[in-house]
Design a protein. Structure first.
Ligand SMILES: [Zn+2]
Ligand SMILES: [Zn+2]
Length: 405
């Protein structure tokens, strides 16, 4: 079967990293770190695992960072190569398991944690229900890998078929479309970020960046019932419109325009130092950085007031030019929010994926139309280049589709 495979090659990685800005087409060229290839279907690691036929699979920001060699090398020793990408996936079970008959439409929680790896003495993260941050991601019955889509044994959603452990599977209710189902994984990331961040009633919230994950974070804030003022920093008109539709109260610019808009919105005072960006006294109470670039991280900590908090939702890399004085002097709390697991909400414990589906079904999160662009796998060059330019070209979420006759 055809699959988009990531191949570990230091020269290719370095070439893409060095040339991507000047030659963006390199990400799908012969020098790329990915290739469309005919590969064997992955084998079932043991008799617990099942085969899944992909229906739709999204292209995530972390996939794009991987393809464009923009991310940190942090993950590379925690993965196994070559792997087939794709972790935002809705599919159909090709065989039955644990009360889910063959043919069931499923979404896959991609984390390859202790239970998935057949490890019975679970790690402290899994013990707490934080399966997304499992510490056994290099051990057990399958090769290393943080998620389906980053492990050589599981395959991934950028192909017609991959394998999954029953602990990863969720049946998709009939009233959710495939498009909605493909957004459950990224929506769960946003829900997790919002739930893990303290949001006092009066707090003014800033969401930096309105790509898919920023928009889903705005949707998560509203779906969870928070009535706070939400300022959305969105660059492109379609992102601004979506941010408003999903519940942002104010649209603010990106980049340098933030240093006028946030003081206007919050009454913060701005001062110009000898060098660099303005210093704010005051600002927003809580910032969700949904970009993860050096400048967005720097903006997030500059625009957040004393005692406030910053949550990193978008995947960061090795940030440069971030003025830590902001964190120190304003006693900010900066935290990461990665993936999902089990959430404690209103005295109950609920898996983030179940919560995402519940909120979507209640209509609290009308998200399906964020899937703006569909491509066949054979057209992956256009899909990936388009997804890398989703701001200027007016798209939000791009997915690969796998129609079956
Ligand atoms: Zn992702
Ligand atoms: Zn674990």
């Amino acid at each position: 079967m055809e699959a988009i495979e990531y191949v570990r090659s230091v020269p290719r990685y370095l070439a893409v990293k060095a040339l991507y800005r000047r030659l963006p087409g390199i990400v799908t060229s012969h020098a790329a770190v990915i290739r469309l290839r005919d590969v064997p279907e992955p084998k079932l690691p043991n008799d617990q695992w099942v085969r899944v036929h992909t229906r739709l699979c999204g292209i995530c920001g972390s996939d794009l960072a991987t393809v464009a060699a923009k991310g940190s090398p942090y993950f590379s020793p925690l993965l196994s190569f070559p792997f087939v990408l794709g972790h935002e996936v809705v599919g159909t079970l090709a065989m039955g398991t644990d009360g889910l008959p063959s043919g069931t439409r499923v979404v896959v929680e991609p984390a390859l944690h202790c239970a998935v790896r057949g490890i019975s003495l679970v790690c402290p993260s899994c013990e707490r229900g934080d399966t997304g941050t499992c510490e056994n991601i290099t051990r057990g019955s399958i090769a290393p890998g943080i998620q389906t889509g980053y492990c050589r044994d599981t395959g991934g959603g950028w192909s017609r078929s991959f394998v999954a452990h029953p602990a990863q599977l969720y049946a998709v209710p009939d009233d959710l479309t495939d498009e909605e189902a493909a957004l459950i994984e990224p929506f769960a990331c946003s829900l997790h970020a919002v739930i893990r961040t303290a949001l006092p009633t009066e707090a003014t919230i800033l969401v930096l960046g309105c790509g898919t994950i920023g928009l889903l974070t705005i949707a998560a804030i509203r779906a969870l019932g928070f009535g706070n003022r939400v300022l959305a920093s969105a660059k492109y008109p379609h992102q601004q419109e979506w941010a408003r539709t999903l519940g942002a109260t104010d649209i603010v610019p990106t980049g340098s325009g933030l240093y006028r808009a946030i003081p206007d919105a919050t009454g913060a005072l701005t001062f110009q130092p000898e060098l660099g960006k303005p210093v704010l006294v005051g600002g927003v109470d809580v910032t969700f950085d949904c970009v993860g670039s050096s400048s967005s991280i720097d903006d997030a900590i500059r625009l957040t007031r004393s005692g406030g908090s910053v949550t990193l939702v978008g995947m960061p890399g090795i940030a440069s030019g971030v003025d830590w004085t902001n964190i120190w002097h304003k006693e900010l709390t900066v935290r990461g929010a990665y993936a999902y697991g089990v959430e404690k909400l209103d005295e109950r414990s609920v898996k983030t994926f179940d919560l995402a589906m519940e909120l979507m079904r209640r209509g609290a999160a009308p998200l399906g139309s964020l899937v703006t662009t569909r491509h066949r796998l054979a057209d992956y060059r256009n899909a990936i280049r388009g997804a890398l330019a989703s701001g200027p070209n007016g798209s939000v979420k791009t997915v690969f589709e796998f129609p079956r006759d």
